[in-house]
Design a protein around this ligand. Sequence first.
Ligand SMILES: NC(=O)c1ccc[n+]([C@@H]2O[C@H](COP(=O)([O-])OP(=O)(O)OC[C@H]3O[C@@H](n4cnc5c(N)ncnc54)[C@H](OP(=O)(O)O)[C@@H]3O)[C@@H](O)[C@H]2O)c1
Length: 300
Amino acid sequence: MTSSEHDHAGSDQAGSVTLLGLGLMGHALAGTLLAAGHPTTVWNRSTDKGTDLISRGARRADSAGEAITAGSLVIVCITDNNAVRELVRPLAAELRGRTLINLTSGSSSEARDLSDWAAQHEIAYLDGAILAAPTGIGTYEAAILYSGDKDAFDQHNPTLRKLATPTFLGNDPGLAALHDVAVLGMMWSILNAFLHAAALLQSAGVSATALTPVLQGGIATTAGWLAGYAEQIDTGVFPGDDSTIATHLAAMTHLVDESSAHRVSTDLPLQIKAVADRAIAEGLGQSGYAAMISQFRSPE
Ligand SMILES: NC(=O)c1ccc[n+]([C@@H]2O[C@H](COP(=O)([O-])OP(=O)(O)OC[C@H]3O[C@@H](n4cnc5c(N)ncnc54)[C@H](OP(=O)(O)O)[C@@H]3O)[C@@H](O)[C@H]2O)c1
């Protein structure tokens, strides 16, 4: 897309926005932009959704193509990227010269494919991953990660800031989707560890409610280690000066034994211990914890 076409798409100060998809998330996005004063055109496959938005001043388009031509910025948020492809591919002519922001969850390869298709049709494409529930949209606590066309991100940043705190990750359009699953993977690991801890302490008569502040303190302490460990991963130097993997292994053994003794599942503790066992077998016993990154990489 040329800069003059970008200019043609208009400045972003409360510019017109089109929202394709009014499910739970699309509705929250449209409602937030409407409340912020953006002329907002909406389209949803089934017409029973968004009546409240229309009564608040949004315009309902009869077709997705008509909706697209009403806005300089087009946001799509529907079930998955198969549906996005099905929806936007026949509408390349309407999208040409506009910015398409895809806030639908999907894979990094889907994002790259959509970005390639958009480039062929002179559509500026940004892929986004929403790290929030619909109720969080419109707050700074909510985060949306973006990747793809940096010019489009910069141009529409004032609008994007109204939806959530925006972060641009890079020109590779797949990065937002990849970060999304990385964050979710970490979240599920933490939640599974929480459930295991709650089951363990419940067996000793301690309620999950009583345990939770102790666990929250542990999460905060662990979060504080990440930046230092990240530096070690990036430099490949893993000093065992705070504690070694061998020291951790001894405590991991306690976790397995306590779980077994209290008739709580040992699945998660054994998995944790197996990683350390393998690392030690490779001679990493005296290294710091982050040296176990080797256990998470594919063998070359
Ligand atoms: N909800 C959350 O907490 C949350 C958080 C982060 C990310 N997300 C992501 O946001 C996206 C939307 O989620 P949601 O919660 O809004 O889902 P939802 O409430 O189930 O809404 C799905 C939307 O997709 C539309 N749709 C489905 N297939 C379509 C097709 N082939 N053509 C056109 N429209 C189609 C539906 O239209 P109809 O009304 O006609 O069925 C509806 O508007 C998903 O990718 C989801 O992973 C959601």
